[in-house]
Each structure stands twice: as structure tokens, then as C-alpha cells.
Design a protein around this ligand. Structure first.
Ligand code: ZN
Length: 244
């Protein structure tokens, strides 16, 4: 990310990766104890040096809904059914929870606009990343200046799908090879390739887009994986905050 913007994904750092909630988990709606979630959030706010109400964590539903955070405290009910966040406010941490889906952070530092996006296969097909860029631009961002980074998520070698999902990707991304079907018994989907294509379609320079550095399924000590643990498990938190 460019100067002035911090972005990162949390690590579990656990020796018990088969325990579904072991390690850092700030997700409040996938079955972890409220005490554990609260302790993790307090710890994170302390590290970031922000008050609790500046930590913005939506209740994600695999929708393509985007919420603009224009003040804090921000009403909790406005964060329900939301899969992307945009803000022009400094020192507000936009957060996305994932366990195999792709978290994306975006920033136009000149305009002072940042965003965080949850892009699973449904959100990717719905082009939630492009809709988020449009929302950023409605606040003054310019696609040519936006940088985007994808966080830890399931890699194409691990992301097996049914033929109907493969077909949806072939139809939705006709110009981009997003489905791998040779040498595998079931098709695999490359979500980062589809997201990169979406972002370049809406005007981001390809050099401004970085793809995930780690696979959530391959790295159980550090990242939660719903394919490995089931959906009743913790989530990796991806955070972006503008310090200016
Ligand atoms: Zn993998």
C-alpha cells in the first residue's frame, strides 16, 4: 500500500490449528465466544491506537452490498448484510473477515479514500470489487491512482468447485482464464485472476494490483480455512487504515 495507509491480515499464531477458534479471531457471527472476540478486538485497537468505535467490522453475507462509513460511532445495524466498506475518514480501520474467500483492500491516497472488500466466488461473479471502485470514485477517487491488494485466501490449486460454478466463471469472465480443468478430477477456480480482471476492467493499472501471498487452506497455523474447519470457525481479519 502507498505511504500513509496501513494494511495487513491477522495471523492465528496457534499450535492447535485444528481447534476452530484458536488464535486471533474478531468475527462475532460464526460461533466463537463473545469474550474471546471482544478480547481480540480490544487488543487490536490498542495496537492500532484507535478507540473501539473506529474498528469497523461488518456482518458479511456474500452480498454485493457496499457501505460508506461517514462517521463514527457508526450504527451497528448499518453494517449488517454488508460485504464492502468505503471511507474518507482517517484513523478508521475498515475490516473484512475471511476464511478462504478473498479479502481486498484498496486505496487512493491522493483522494484519501480507502476500501475493504469480501470477495468469495459469489461476490467475485457479482463484481463487488468493481462496484467498490465505483463507490470510491463517487467520493473523489480516481481508478488510475487506486492501489489494490488481495489477502490470504484459497489458492487455485486448492479451490475445487462443481461444474455449475465453473460454468458461471466461464460465462462471467469470457476473456480471462479463471477455470482450471486439465489435470484435475473436478474444476478449480482462480479467484484472484477473476478479481484482477475486474479491477483492470474498471481502470486500475495492472501494476497497482497485487495478488495473495499465502493460501489459507495451505497454512492452517496462521489462517482460518472454512474448507478445513467448517464454517463454524474463526476468521482471518484483513484491515486497512488511513493515517492521514
Ligand atoms: Zn492452496
Amino acid at each position: 500500500m502507498p505511504d500513509g495507509v496501513e494494511a495487513f491480515s491477522t495471523l492465528r499464531c496457534t499450535d492447535l490449528p485444528e481447534q476452530p477458534y484458536e488464535g486471533f479471531n474478531a468475527c462475532h457471527y460464526t460461533g466463537d465466544s463473545p469474550d474471546h472476540v471482544s478480547a481480540c478486538r480490544i487488543n487490536l485497537c490498542k495496537k492500532l491506537g484507535i478507540p473501539g468505535h473506529n474498528l469497523i467490522i461488518p456482518r458479511q453475507t456474500h452480498s454485493a452490498n457496499i457501505t460508506i462509513v461517514d462517521r463514527t460511532p457508526f450504527p451497528a445495524q448499518s453494517l449488517d448484510d454488508t460485504d464492502a466498506l468505503v471511507t474518507a475518514l482517517p484513523d478508521v480501520a475498515l475490516c473484512i473477515n475471511t476464511a478462504d474467500c478473498v479479502p481486498i483492500v484498496l486505496a487512493d491516497t491522493q483522494a484519501g479514500i480507502i476500501a475493504a472488500v469480501h470477495s468469495g466466488w459469489r461476490g467475485t461473479v457479482a463484481r463487488i470489487a468493481a462496484r467498490t471502485v465505483e463507490t470510491m470514485c463517487s467520493l473523489g477517487a480516481d481508478p488510475s491512482r487506486i492501489h489494490a491488494a488481495m489477502g490470504p485466501s484459497i489458492c487455485p490449486a486448492c479451490f475445487e468447485v462443481g461444474p455449475e460454478v465453473a460454468e458461471i466463471f466461464n460465462r462471467s469472465f469470457p476473456g480471462t482464464p479463471t477455470v482450471i480443468s486439465s489435470g484435475v478430477s473436478k474444476p478449480h477456480v482462480d479467484l484472484p485472476a477473476a478479481i484482477s480482471a475486474t479491477l483492470t476492467e474498471c481502470g486500475l493499472p495492472p501494476g497497482n494490483i497485487s495478488t495473495p501471498a499465502a493460501c489459507s487452506f495451505h497454512t492452517p497455523h496462521q489462517f482460518f480455512s472454512a474448507r478445513r474447519l467448517g464454517i463454524a470457525s474463526g476468521r482471518t481479519l484483513t484491515v486497512i487504515i488511513n493515517r492521514r
